[in-house]
Design a protein around this ligand. Sequence first.
Ligand code: FAD
Length: 478
Amino acid sequence: GSADVEYDVVVLGGGPGGYSAAFAAADEGLKVAIIERYNTLGGVCLNVGCIPSKALLHNAAVIDEVRHLAANGIKYPEPELDIDMLRGYKEKVISKLTGGLAGMAKARKVDVIQGNGLFVGPNHIEVALTDSAQYEQAVETGEKKTVAFKNCIIAAGSRVMNLPFIPEDPRIIDSSGALELKEVPGKMLIIGGGIIGLEMGTVYSTLGTRLDVVEMMDGLMQGADRDLVKVWQKLNEYRFDNIMVNTKTVAVDAKEDGIYVTFEGENAPKEPLRYDAVLVAAGRAPNGKLIDAEKAGVAVTDRGFIEVDKQMRTNVPHIYAIGDIVGQPMLAHKAVHEGHVAAENCAGHKAYFDARVIPGVAYTAPEVAWVGVTETTAKAEGVKITKANFPWAASGRAIANGCDQGFTKLIFDAESGRIIGGGIVGPNGGDMIGEICLAIEMGCDATDIGKTIHPHPTLGETIGLAAEVALGTCTDLP
Ligand code: FAD
């Protein structure tokens, strides 16, 4: 049908990439609409991802901390869980933020069109309007609306990847199911040893679930610096009965008395193991093949990704793509930055995505945070590096806080002396990694970081001290 309205920019998808792009474009004075099929903005991150997981992880971290206090002479009885209230807390956090986004859209006169959008041509999207009771639940009303655009930003994100051999059963959940927090199972298997699975595992374990984890690759938290993961694993072994790496899950059988899972691999258990629940966290798939992109002429890869240039343009110059749908790392902060670049280009400025590094964080207990070059990638790419470790056993604050097993690591380019990577394992590592990101973006060397006065006594100080290790001015280490 003919379009009701023509927009300067139509953003397909209301996640962190999409709403950031839409708000930035509106701030440039453009007429903007967001098409989102669910009834709230915020996408995966805000509704079923970053934010609800952190709301639960925060509570888990406090419980863990309180349990540790017993060793210092402060004893509490075991916490009593009101699971409905905890779920309610998480939902309150989400609605505060989604409500905020709705207000920000309104303030900028960004139209939010609720429905499933499909391209019908290079300048048109047809929207099948939806009713939605909550995120991940939408029913088409039967009404349709066509929107016309001068520029489009595809921000349709990604979805949970399903494994073909896994049956439907309420005891088998994905990350969204885990966040629903229906019950605390006795024994749970996590399929996939990545960040999402391990974060949710941390929550359930603290609430009382015994864990197993199975990972196809040779270690948990692929992508993170191996030294950091080693420390995390040592501190978390108590949560697990089995940590199975280099192991494949080959069959999942839902029986009345439990879910039976069969594994394959050198060290795999010979017999199937029984679980009360299984969390499938084996990765996320981009939504590129679900939006009829070909009708706009936009190329989509076999796996469903959309390729873009540094201006976030697809092969069709007035159509941009950002966020999870353009590739790894699938992280909200990457999506937001890409969204801003796309919006600026829509407004006629020349903007480029030229971040040197994108940090990654596992918000586990303790947190594992890393950025830039790791020893593994340096070796693979033949980059000559020097490294400096500062063990938290030498940090007064870490000792006082009872977290002296953590450490901070910096990686420098051996030739230029500039910092090109770093990592932290320890409480609040995710909050602290930003300083290392800034140092890399600014092209700092060890002197810049080591001679910057950090506040004492803090965990953040360990970044300055690691640089002093590199300079040779901090030598009395345990
Ligand atoms: P999405 O957030 O996926 O949003 C896309 C939106 O588009 C969705 O709302 C979808 O409904 C809508 N949409 C798609 N197709 C259509 C269509 N045809 N019509 C209408 N609407 C459509 N990242 C971090 O950086 N930090 C974290 O701590 C973190 N934790 C996570 C925890 C979990 C459990 C999960 C699952 C993810 C987590 N992530 C985290 C990843 C983060 O959520 C994503 O990287 C981020 O949401 C990607 O943003 P996006 O804008 O690309 O897309």
